[in-house]
Design a protein around this ligand. Structure first.
Ligand code: 5GP
Length: 220
């Protein structure tokens, strides 16, 4: 085999991380999430939440959410099947526990679109695995326009989301990173930079690097 055709791919094994994106409704987080998942080179797995919220016409059960009745949700919660859960805009949302551990153990990273209440719970349970990003809209006017453009929610639902957005905006201090989403491509590049840097943190690679350096030192 020639030197050129030899594979030099070095992969340091590590545990996967949990990349959490939070924002008020209308800050563009859904678009960001979609674009991150479409970039296959990032190899991100989405955590699919369960919710009691009615399905929007554009949503598919099992892809965007697992839509559940209140009773089913309460059963999952009682069985401790949820890593975290919260009531948002009058509906229940939660993260199924078992897929998360399976993905992280494989050394793959998982993306979460959850609110500040869920983020706090996950941080308490898995501090070392968690990276949190808060997305801000460029202005309140823009946030309102984005919610109205979506036009999938009824007027009273939009009004409730706007009211809640004021409260949610104040949650940014408990996040690791903050991005103002004025231009989706710029915001996307920022999230990717954070992900690349977090993957390279020594503490995440500790055991893998110890082995790798041991091998380097053993080379003659
Ligand atoms: P939407 O109804 O617009 O899809 O989501 C409303 C809010 O619920 C968003 O802020 C979203 O991040 C949050 N959310 C979605 N899934 C979960 C979840 O599993 N847990 C928590 N805590 N929040 C969630």
């Amino acid at each position: 085999m020639s030197a050129v055709s030899q594979s030099h791919a070095v992969s340091i094994p590590r545990r996967g991380l949990m990349l959490i994106l939070s924002s008020p409704s209308g800050a563009g987080k859904t678009t960001l999430t979609r674009d991150l998942l479409q970039d296959r080179s990032l190899n991100l797995e989405l955590s699919i939440s369960v919710t009691t919220r009615p399905r929007r016409s554009s949503e598919v059960d099992g892809i965007h959410y697992l839509f559940k009745s209140r009773q089913e949700f309460e059963r999952m919660r009682a069985q401790d099947d949820l890593l975290e859960w919260a009531e948002v805009h009058g509906n229940f949302y939660g993260t199924p526990r078992s897929p998360v551990e399976a993905v992280l153990t494989q050394g793959r990273d998982m993306l979460f679109d959850i609110d500040y209440q869920g983020t706090q719970q996950v941080r308490q349970k898995a501090q070392d695995d968690v990276v949190t990003i808060f997305i801000l809209p460029p202005s309140f006017k823009e946030l309102r326009a984005r919610l109205e453009r979506r036009a999938e929610d009824a007027a009273d639902v939009i009004a409730k989301r706007l009211e809640n957005a004021r409260n949610e905006l104040t949650r940014w201090p408990s996040y690791d990173y903050v991005i103002v989403n004025e231009d989706i491509q710029v915001a996307l590049a920022s999230v990717k930079s954070i992900l690349v840097a977090e993957r390279l943190k020594r503490t995440r690679q500790q055991a893998g690097v110890e082995t790798f350096v041991g091998q380097l030192l053993g080379e003659t």
